[in-house]
Each structure stands twice: as structure tokens, then as C-alpha cells.
Design a protein around this ligand. Structure first.
Ligand SMILES: *[C@@H]1O[C@H](CO)[C@@H](O)[C@H](O)[C@H]1NC(C)=O
Ligand SMILES: *[C@@H]1O[C@H](CO)[C@@H](O)[C@H](O)[C@H]1NC(C)=O
Ligand SMILES: *[C@@H]1O[C@H](CO)[C@@H](O)[C@H](O)[C@H]1NC(C)=O
Ligand SMILES: *[C@@H]1O[C@H](CO)[C@@H](O)[C@H](O)[C@H]1NC(C)=O
Length: 321
């Protein structure tokens, strides 16, 4: 090459290098088994989504075996023994929130089993509850009444919309992330894999969900347990990951003229919760369309044995920065 071309080549290298390194993250948190009890707090709070649930504290959850940890497993479950008094509190269940908060990060959730059953509304998500919706919300795992597939959704304050056409394998539902639009449906993406949610996820041994968040984009992936293409760093829980090698995401939310991600997302906690019925699962049209019997609240009150599968079994949550 001519010497006069050198500055151009160097500036190109300079431009590309940070972008490539942008896919590389080092592990900062490794939650497995008992580590969840140190890193997360149990929230015995009222359900903001009006579910037929009674969130219990950690001591109660442990006494009733609604949470359980072994060397490689962390379980969160709902009560599956009690017929409820229709005038009393809802079904005992759990909601946990990470003590740490995250901005730019990758989180990988290795999930063996997720809650299933009519009336269930489980979620693995990230938000800042103190300033909601202005710190943003990323729902990584969410669905109701065993209806596959999984939906990955952002919820924000005003003025955050996503371009209708994006480079992802999932299918966008709404493009306006503003909680005031579309009755707080958020900007959602339905995943292409039927195994991404509910009974078919569980029958397949679960799988991995991952989210990557930075100021340029938020994206999420799902790999079923038996997927031969799950990235090696994800499969082994490596000390570093490179999202550049993970392929096309299931859901992609770019920073764009319609949404300045940095101004809509701040320090978020990781939250894992399991509620019943409430604003989404218990909506009478949604519940009826799922093919579930009776009414949601009546079913949850009277059929404890139907909730034997209403549990998360988490192999790990790993966070990279
Ligand atoms: C559970 O998670 C979902 C996540 O999308 C959230 O919208 C809902 O408010 C949560 N419910 C409770 C009771 O925390
Ligand atoms: C508590 O739950 C765990 C995980 O499901 C199970 O292995 C264990 O046997 C349960 N313990 C009791 C006392 O029921
Ligand atoms: C949203 O955009 C409108 C018009 O562009 C502006 O008037 C309004 O102040 C913005 N709201 C927020 C919360 O930024
Ligand atoms: C879409 O993403 C894939 C990988 O994520 C990339 O290889 C491809 O170039 C992208 N296509 C467009 C049109 O951006």
C-alpha cells in the first residue's frame, strides 16, 4: 500500500476495534445454588399486577419449601397443597430481586424448568421499580396460561419506538414501548421457537435465555436445551462471552431516532416472579382463549394439585460486563 493510505487504514482499524470488543464481556456474577440467597432478596409485597398471589418472605418460603437450593440448582415454586379461601389471600408464591443493579451487561439464564399451569404468569425481567417506567423494563421470559412462545418486551416512558423492520428471528407485536400506548403492551417480540415457553420448554429440559444491553441496542437470544448451535461460552458458563459469535438474536431493539436507549434505561435489578391471574393471565378473554377451565381465580383457588409444575428450577444466572 502507499504510505499516503496509511492514516485511512489506521482510522478504519480504530473504528472497527471498539465495535468488535463491544461483543466481549467478562463474568462479574455467577449465581448458582445457595448463592441466590445472598444476591437476591425475597419481596413479600402486594402484586402490582393484581394477581391471585400472596408473595411470602424468605423464611416462609424456606419453611414451606417454596424455595430450595442444592449445589447446582435453585428452585422457586408456588404452593401446590392448599385450597384457598375465596375471601382470603392468594396462592403463596415468591418474587425475588437482585441486590445489584446493572446497566451495560450480558445476563445468561440457564433454566431447567419454568412455571407451568393454567393461571400462571411467570417472568424473568429487569427494571428499576423506584422510577418505573422511566428506568425502563426488559422482559426476558414472560407468558401466561402455558401459551407458547415466549415474548421479549421493553416497557418505557414516552417517546421510545422501535423500527418496524429489524434484524431478528422473532416477530414484533407492537413497536411503541411507551407504557401509555396500547394499554402497556410494550414493544414485544414473539420468539420463533415453540420450545421457548411453558410445557414444551419444560418437556425439552429447558434451555438458555440471554440478554445483552448497552447504549447501542438491547437484544435477546433463546437456545433450547438440545440445540446443537448453542454457543460454547453459553453452554459451559464460560468466564467470558463474545456475543458477536452468537448469531442473529431472537429479539433486537436498536437505539434509533425513535428511541434514545440511554435516556430510557438506567440501573436495573433482575427480578424473577411468579404470579397468578391478574391483569394479563386473568383477563377473561385471554384466559378463555388459552383453553383453561373455569375462571382464572376460581381455578387457582380450588385446584392446588394443578400447580405442582408451577416452579422455576434455575441452573444458574451469570452476568457479564
Ligand atoms: C411480574 O413480572 C412482570 C414482568 O413483565 C411484571 O409486568 C409484573 O408486574 C410482575 N408482577 C409482579 C407481581 O411482580
Ligand atoms: C423441597 O423441594 C426440593 C426441590 O424440589 C425437593 O428435592 C425436596 O425433597 C423438598 N423437600 C421437602 C422436605 O419436601
Ligand atoms: C415526547 O415527545 C414530545 C414531542 O416530540 C414532547 O413534547 C414530549 O415532551 C416528549 N416527552 C418526553 C417524556 O420526553
Ligand atoms: C443481520 O445480523 C446478522 C448476524 O446477527 C448479520 O450477519 C447480518 O449482516 C445482519 N443483516 C443486516 C441486514 O443487518
Amino acid at each position: 500500500m502507499k504510505v499516503s493510505q496509511l492514516p485511512t487504514v489506521l482510522s478504519l482499524l480504530f473504528c472497527y476495534t471498539p465495535a468488535v470488543l463491544g461483543g466481549l464481556y467478562q463474568r462479574v456474577d455467577n449465581y448458582v445454588g445457595n448463592a441466590f440467597y445472598d444476591a437476591f432478596e425475597f419481596q413479600a409485597i402486594e402484586d402490582p399486577t393484581h394477581g391471585r398471589v400472596n408473595y411470602v418472605d424468605q423464611a416462609t418460603a424456606q419453611a414451606q419449601n417454596l424455595t430450595y437450593a442444592s449445589y447446582d440448582s435453585f428452585v422457586l415454586r408456588a404452593d401446590s397443597k392448599t385450597v384457598l379461601d375465596p375471601n382470603g389471600p392468594g396462592r403463596n408464591s415468591v418474587r425475588i430481586r437482585s441486590k445489584k443493579v446493572y446497566t451495560t451487561h450480558v445476563a445468561v439464564f440457564d433454566v431447567r424448568h419454568m412455571p407451568q399451569g393454567c393461571g400462571t404468569w411467570p417472568a424473568i425481567w429487569e427494571t428499576n421499580e423506584a422510577v418505573w417506567p422511566n428506568g425502563g423494563e426488559i422482559d426476558i421470559v414472560e407468558g401466561v396460561n402455558d401459551q407458547s412462545p415466549n415474548a421479549v418486551t421493553l416497557h418505557t416512558g414516552a417517546n421510545c419506538t422501535m423500527p418496524p423492520s429489524r434484524n431478528m428471528t422473532g416477530t414484533a407485536t407492537y413497536d411503541d414501548c411507551d407504557v401509555a400506548a396500547n394499554y402497556n403492551a410494550g414493544c414485544g417480540v414473539k420468539l420463533p421457537s415453540a420450545q421457548s415457553y411453558g410445557p414444551s420448554f419444560n418437556a425439552n429440559g429447558g434451555g438458555w435465555y440471554a440478554v445483552e444491553r448497552n447504549n447501542g441496542f438491547i437484544q435477546a437470544w433463546f437456545w433450547p436445551r438440545n440445540d446443537p448451535y448453542v454457543p460454547f461460552d453459553v453452554r459451559i458458563g464460560a468466564p467470558a462471552v463474545n456475543t458477536y459469535l452468537w448469531g442473529k438474536p431472537s429479539a433486537f431493539f436498536p437505539n434509533n431516532a425513535g428511541c434514545n436507549l440511554k435516556s430510557h434505561f438506567n440501573e436495573n435489578n433482575i427480578i424473577i416472579n411468579l404470579t397468578f391471574c391478574g391483569d394479563w393471565a386473568g383477563n377473561s378473554d385471554v384466559y378463555a382463549a388459552s383453553g383453561c377451565p373455569s375462571t382464572c381465580v376460581d381455578f387457582v383457588n380450588n385446584n392446588p394439585a394443578a400447580f405442582g409444575g408451577a416452579y422455576f428450577d434455575l441452573a444458574s444466572v451469570r452476568v457479564y460486563q
